[in-house]
Design a protein around this ligand. Structure first.
Ligand SMILES: [Zn+2]
Length: 259
């Protein structure tokens, strides 16, 4: 059967002398792995469309087992992501996260999050804020559904709140005793966490966050991933290396405000 899918290349590995094995996140069929024969040769018409981050239309012949990529055409070549080291680092993190969390079968929401995130990075919005946003949006795929509208223990909507990793969400001041490791939240931080979880994905490029805000959000979301899902991504270490290189990251440490 010949399928035409809109897809984004999550991963592309050399296979043999001249082939590539390509993992695509498609809108229609979710994550699929295909063989791209000859794609390793620079002259192949499949060479460009099988590069990581590429967004395109892909014609895949599928019988039993792995499908074969017959043809592909670019929708976006993600030039900025391919050439800017900071953009590459965060985009690598995002595609690796999607690859780890999403199983086979249609997952249109995850596809849309991935597409919007890469487009926003390509348009040179803050890649760090975007990757944090993706972290929050994909939590359900890691089996985590944080309770952020009320106290996760007693259901109260009022009072002071803290974030509790063991409860998987907010705790109100009446329930603080249930977890000795809570992170106390100011009303602004409370709003911010909710906003991260509820803001629609097409707003992804509009997030304009201060460095301190990003660090706070990152602390919470990376702790959730590392402690509750056991996921630690290779590309995260690369980002941490970059962050220790001040000259490269200065550009993303803006002091603009969030509304
Ligand atoms: Zn409570």
């Amino acid at each position: 059967m010949l399928n035409k899918w809109e897809g984004i290349v999550l991963k592309s590995r050399a296979y043999g002398e001249s082939n590539k094995i390509v993992t695509l996140m498609t809108r229609e069929a979710g994550k699929v792995t295909v063989m791209a024969r000859g794609a390793k040769k620079p002259t192949s018409r499949l060479a460009g469309v099988t590069q990581t981050f590429m967004h395109g239309m892909y014609m895949v012949q599928r019988s039993s087992g792995m499908g074969t990529l017959q043809q592909g055409e670019h929708l976006a070549s993600m030039r900025h992501i391919q050439t800017d080291i900071i953009a590459t680092a965060y985009a690598s993190y995002i595609v690796e996260l999607v690859d780890r969390l999403v199983d086979e079968g249609p997952e249109p929401f995850a596809f849309e999050v991935l597409l919007q995130a890469l487009n926003a990075i390509e348009e040179e919005h803050d890649p760090e804020a975007i990757s944090l946003f993706v972290d929050w949006k994909l939590l359900p795929y890691a089996g985590v559904q944080p309770i952020l509208n009320a106290c996760s223990s007693c259901g109260s909507f009022d009072g002071e709140f803290a974030f509790s990793f063991s409860q998987g969400g907010f705790l109100c001041h009446r329930c603080f005793h249930q977890d000795p490791y809570i992170i106390r939240l100011s009303p602004t931080q409370l709003k911010l966490i909710r906003m991260f979880y509820t803001v629609p994905i097409d707003q992804i490029g509009k997030l304009d966050l201060k460095k301190g805000t990003k660090q706070f959000i990152k602390k919470i979301v990376t702790t959730i991933y590392e402690e509750q899902t056991g996921i630690r991504l290779k590309s995260r270490s690369f980002i941490e290396q970059l962050e220790r290189t001040p000259l490269l990251t200065r550009r993303t440490n803006s002091d603009e405000h969030i509304d």
